[in-house]
Design a protein around this ligand. Structure first.
Ligand SMILES: Cc1cc2nc3c(=O)[nH]c(=O)nc-3n(C[C@H](O)[C@H](O)[C@H](O)COP(=O)(O)OP(=O)(O)OC[C@H]3O[C@@H](n4cnc5c(N)ncnc54)[C@H](O)[C@@H]3O)c2cc1C
Length: 287
């Protein structure tokens, strides 16, 4: 690892000021579970590494009129154990539980997961299915956008130079929306997702209302399956309707063939994952 200057920010304001001062030569360190791997293999020193893990409000989880706020610095363990998450977005707990091992979950943050932006990230699908927004802070102020706009490509987000991710907001209208998450890997623990999936839907008079389906590891970024959602909206809850939506969702994905799994196996996993997460959202027993 190349030498670098290490600084510690005590507040978000201080962190934003340091980002402006150091320009592209500064990297944020939250839990470090992705960054340290990057730094070990980097040919060049980042110049400055700024630790933001001591900024208390960056890890805060709260509810207000806007919705459920999850600070970018919230660790996966904090998400798994937070009563507000359990009450308003319990599928987030299922997703957080699948990230790495205990040590990784204790250090790794939701913000770091989203900013690293690998297609297989486990925090993305539930947040996309619950239509989360992200709040970014920079020297020129704050901006808020849909999480789907935040993801630009593999390892690429819309974050501009000098900006940091501060908050993730699940809108109030989606709090308590029934949702399910599933991750398929090559083993049960410490696995990179071959496919991960999340579905959320209200059930009104036995019919799907505002269904949302999100998939990870099947395209350059986490995607929403809008054709499947449209086919499902207003339909009665049944295994046949769910199976049809799952087929459509598989048609919207672009999984790859690689040494870990073939494209056709991943397409099968997508169908199974969408079926199971929709069944969970609908309160069915499922497969
Ligand atoms: C052994 C191991 C197993 C893993 N297993 C999984 C897994 O199963 N599923 C999964 O999804 N991931 C997994 N990961 C990846 C990683 O743990 C997660 O992505 C984690 O959430 C990253 O968070 P962090 O706080 O450690 O990020 P860091 O490493 O601190 O930062 C990651 C990147 O985000 C930037 N960053 C961090 N916070 C902010 C912010 N607030 N604003 C702007 N930029 C920021 C950093 O500069 C860096 O570029 C694993 C990693 C390891 C080492």
């Amino acid at each position: 690892m190349k030498p670098f200057e290490f600084i510690k920010a005590a507040s978000t304001e201080e962190a934003v000021a340091a980002l402006a001062e150091h320009g592209p030569g500064i990297r944020i360190l939250a839990g470090g579970t992705d960054l340290l791997v990057d730094l070990k293999h980097a040919g060049q020193s980042p110049g400055v590494v700024m630790d933001v893990s001591g900024i208390d409000d960056l890890g805060a989880i709260s509810v207000d009129d806007d919705g459920l706020h999850i600070g970018a610095g919230a660790t996966h363990t904090a998400i798994m154990t937070d009563p507000l998450i359990a009450e308003h977005a319990p599928a987030m707990i299922d997703a957080a539980h699948t990230v790495g091992a205990v040590q990784t979950r204790n250090l790794g943050t939701i913000g770091g997961n989203l900013v690293t932006c690998v297609p297989s990230m486990d925090s993305g699908p539930v947040l996309v299915a619950l239509e989360a927004d992200v709040i970014l802070a920079g020297a020129s102020g704050i901006r808020r956008l849909a999480l789907t706009e935040f993801f630009v490509g593999p390892r690429k987000t819309i974050l501009a130079a000098g900006e940091m991710l501060v908050d993730i907001v699940i809108p109030k209208a989606n709090l308590g929306k029934p949702a399910g998450f599933i991750k398929f890997g090559l083993r049960k623990g410490q696995a990179l997702a071959l496919v991960n999936a999340a579905s959320a839907a209200w059930i009104e008079d036995g019919k799907f209302a505002a269904p949302r389906i999100a998939l990870g590891a099947v395209a350059p970024v986490v995607i929403r399956c809008e054709a499947a959602e449209a086919a499902l909206d207003g339909q009665p809850v049944s295994d046949a309707v769910i199976a049809e939506a799952a087929k459509i969702a598989a048609g919207e994905a672009k999984p790859i063939d690689d040494f870990r799994a073939s494209k056709s196996y991943r397409l099968d996993l997508i169908e199974v994952g969408v079926r199971r997460t929709l069944a969970a959202a609908a309160g069915l027993k499922g497969e």
